[in-house]
Write a protein that binds this ligand. Sequence first.
Ligand code: GAR
Length: 222
Amino acid sequence: MAAVGSGRRLRIGVLISGRGSNLQSLIDATKQADYPAEIGLVIANTAGAYGLERARAAGVATQVIDHTAYASRGAFETALSEALNASGCELVCLAGFMRLLTEPFVEAWWDRLINIHPSLLPAFRGLQVHERVIAYGARFTGCTVHFVRPAMDDGPIVVQAVVPVFDDDDPDRLAARVLIEEHRIYPLAVRLIAEARVRVEGARVRIAGAPRDDVSLINPRA
Ligand code: GAR
């Protein structure tokens, strides 16, 4: 990814399928004068996605590319790429985009395609994450921003946040606790990438110049 310096902002495309609260966190971040990225286009694969209204309210360009209108996944993904390229997007952010993307699309956007997932990957890939975290009895969960690879919820990890799981949690309450952290780490990950501080080295990411907290967490505390 080219370094974004001297006032130029990295142009991102955001792909959504629904509520769009993570999109909102990116919109809010890009409103800050010193944020190094801007949203060039929001694409939804369904016209009813509430996130489209959030984008319109913020004056961000939107497009609906309805997967059901295409004969194949390949044709749908070609339309996605064409729209993203036409609007000059350099980085694609999946934000609650609920379509699996196939290898040609992932390869076309290699190291320029990121996703947010509501668990501490590689644990709890897939759907019904919070139900499974609770059923498993995990004491911590969290969220992950990662570069996308062809396997589902797989790829080099950029940022994670950790969230405790409590005995009386239900999936909704846990999801809400995780979502607060999602809204912090997605704008952070995009900022780190835009500042060219993120380097993908094989299966992992190295981040330049990030302060670090050396803290351990125990749940439950004695
Ligand atoms: C978020 O919790 C996101 O992590 C999750 O969908 C939700 C979308 O919410 N994504 C996945 O599970 C992808 N595997 P939002 O539409 O309010 O951003």
